[in-house]
Ligand binder design. Sequence first.
Ligand code: DAH
Length: 343
Amino acid sequence: MKTKLDELSLEAKKAILQAESLAELNELRVKYFGKKGLITEISKKMNTLSPVDRPIIGMMVNSVRESIKDQLNEKSKEIEQGILKEQLAKETIDVTLPGNPAPIGSVHPLSKVTQELEDIFIGMGYSVEEGPEIERDYYNFEALNLPKDHPARDMQDTFYITEEILLRSHTSPVQIRTMERMKGQVPVKIICPGKVYRRDDDVTHSHLFTQIEGLVIDRHIRMSDLKGTLLQFVQKMFGTQTQIRLRPSYFPFTEPSAEVDISCMFCGQAGCRICKNSGWIEVLGSGMVHPNVLEMSGYDSTQYSGFAFGIGVERIAMLKYGVNDIRNFYTNDLRLLTQFNHI
Ligand code: DAH
């Protein structure tokens, strides 16, 4: 019995040493301590021994059992630690690797220019008004001295919803809405930024674009006030070296009317592709508010006068940022938009 126990102990020791996985250790545990395990079997045979041998052999069996158990536990700890180490090595995080950057959006160039324009005019004492994009024919045309069959309506190819309702083709209707609201009070000094719609679509025209309307009404407002205001504006926008030029033009809602050019900032007026070799770039329409317009909206044209202007925001943004196709502003192309992250 003793030799058998010694052999068993030796054999177990060897097997445990050679075991490489927890599964193998488990098999060994069953082999020795399972229901039909070798140690279990020996324990069962204890009562066949003589009373003299029993306590001696009993002690030996106990000691072999404890020893095998200890070895099994020891080995399984060793294997578990090995597994943990391997896992940790596999899951190591290299904190020096660059992370996944969270993309940060940027203000759209048109919003940027609009905000800048607003800031400039607010700085000159203007307040900001808004008006609806779906507008009545009356506000978009009639009250601006453009009756139903007026040929100048053709200047703005308009999207009609019904005969009386349309998508506003300019921000000028907000002039009328403001005058109605002010009920003949002065001074009126507003700008109105907003989207407008026309049936155009090419590199310099889009069916949706953005304007900023300006309107000033008071006593003794003169053309020189208009010119001074616009000069201030362009110099704040494009730099103090910028000059303006007023060219006679025609808008039914102003008399006289002028188109305003700014000196070309790309060539210093030497002549280039952008100013078409003229040294000047057109940026807005303006004029003295037509007496008919004042009267129709409740202002006595013998007492009051005013000036108005309409700035094309895209045009300003194209010049400021060197964008050469107006449609780039509306295609949401990140290659363009991300360039404005840091401006
Ligand atoms: N509404 C004109 C357009 O869209 C621009 C304009 C011209 C506005 C002269 C004005 C103005 O207020 O006085 O073409």
